[in-house]
Design a protein around this ligand. Structure first.
Ligand code: PGA
Length: 268
């Protein structure tokens, strides 16, 4: 694995917000805010996930101003190129210097009918093109009631990892897993740190089973779902939580910068 230690990752999923002009202003302000606060980027990586139409602008700004921020896309095609109207190839994202791509977000699973098989194919495509997939898993409120906390996320991760691994064409150098309970996304009702830890520990068990203990030990697992500056510390104190995937709160520069600087208020 490329990431020798689990450097915490704070990832901002903008969803369908901010056009390319707004993205430039936002990223500039975020970079200044973190610089003013002497943010230790080596201690906590900060990534933004803008809409596709913003990516070129964000890339140009980050590279021209030598910002320490990184960026990724919110989705990728499972195919390399061809007659797939509206799709974006991992090759195009790599050519733009994107580092990451979110795969299998619950909004895509539910609103765009993304199956476990599609999530697996997209994860393999990301790896093939040298992108780090941020593989999202999580249970609905109904799943939680029917199957308990870990069953659905564990099954989703196992399915997503099918076809990824040593000896396949999609041997990962780095992957990120994001545990996002669907009931916590955009609801203002985050999981408790203990709930997040329980599922993230189970997900690390899946990584060990499928990809081996060394890979499991080196892989970052994020929690996502109503993360704010006021609750990030509790999550980051958990041994199996290595960062956060942030939606709503990632659209406010001051709030997202405060989340990124969790080390200042984690107190461990
Ligand atoms: P939220 O979204 O932080 O607004 O709950 C998280 C996500 O969807 O990644």
């Amino acid at each position: 694995m490329a990431v020798a230690s689990r450097t915490p990752l704070i990832a901002g999923n903008w969803k369908m917000n901010l056009d390319h002009l707004q993205s430039i202003a936002f990223v500039q302000k975020l970079a200044w805010t973190l610089k003013d606060a002497n943010h230790d980027f080596a201690g906590a990586e900060v990534a933004v996930f803008p809409p596709f139409t913003d990516l070129r602008s964000v890339q140009t700004l980050i590279s021209a101003d030598k910002l320490e921020l990184v960026f990724g896309a919110q989705d990728v095609s499972q195919y390399d190129s061809g007659a797939y109207t509206g799709e974006i190839s991992g090759a195009f994202l790599k050519a733009l210097d994107a580092s990451y791509v979110i795969i299998g977000h619950s909004e895509r699973r539910t609103m765009h009918a993304e199956t476990d098989e599609i999530v697996a194919a997209k994860s393999a495509a990301a790896i093939k093109h040298g992108l780090v997939p941020v593989i999202c898993v999580g249970e609905t409120a109904d799943d939680l009631e029917t199957h308990g906390p870990s069953a659905v996320p564990v099954a989703q991760l196992k399915a997503a990892l099918a076809g990824i691994g040593a000896g396949t064409s999609a041997a990962p150098t780095d992957i990120v897993v994001a545990y996002e309970p669907v009931w916590a996304i955009g609801s203002g009702q985050a999981a408790t740190p203990e709930q997040a830890e329980q599922v993230c520990a189970a997900l690390r068990g899946v990584l060990a089973e499928v990809l081996g203990q060394d890979t499991a030990d080196a892989t970052r697992i994020l929690y996502g779902g109503s993360v704010k500056s006021g609750n990030i510390a509790g999550f980051m104190r958990q041994p199996n939580v290595d960062g956060a995937l942030v939606g709503g709160a990632s659209l406010d520069v001051a709030e997202f910068a405060a989340i990124s600087r969790f080390q200042k208020h984690v107190g461990v």
